[in-house]
Design a protein around this ligand. Sequence first.
Ligand SMILES: [Zn+2]
Length: 80
Amino acid sequence: MKMCIACGMPMTSIGDYPLHDITKNYCKYCAHDDGRMKTFDEKWHDLTLSYVEKHNVDYPIAKQTAYTILKKLPAWKRKW
Ligand SMILES: [Zn+2]
């Protein structure tokens, strides 16, 4: 089983892949409609907002937490 390199989500079915392309290392939530992987900034923004919603924390705290989570993932380790 593969894990999304950009968000860590386990990809268990073909429906988890962008455009059902199982050669990709990232999930559909980390891809644009055309199948390209989102950038760090885009994922950072996504994750921050979902963290604010789920955990009811202040935006700056969510942003910091999201950054820490993303930095541990293979897609973003080198770049930032
Ligand atoms: Zn993902």
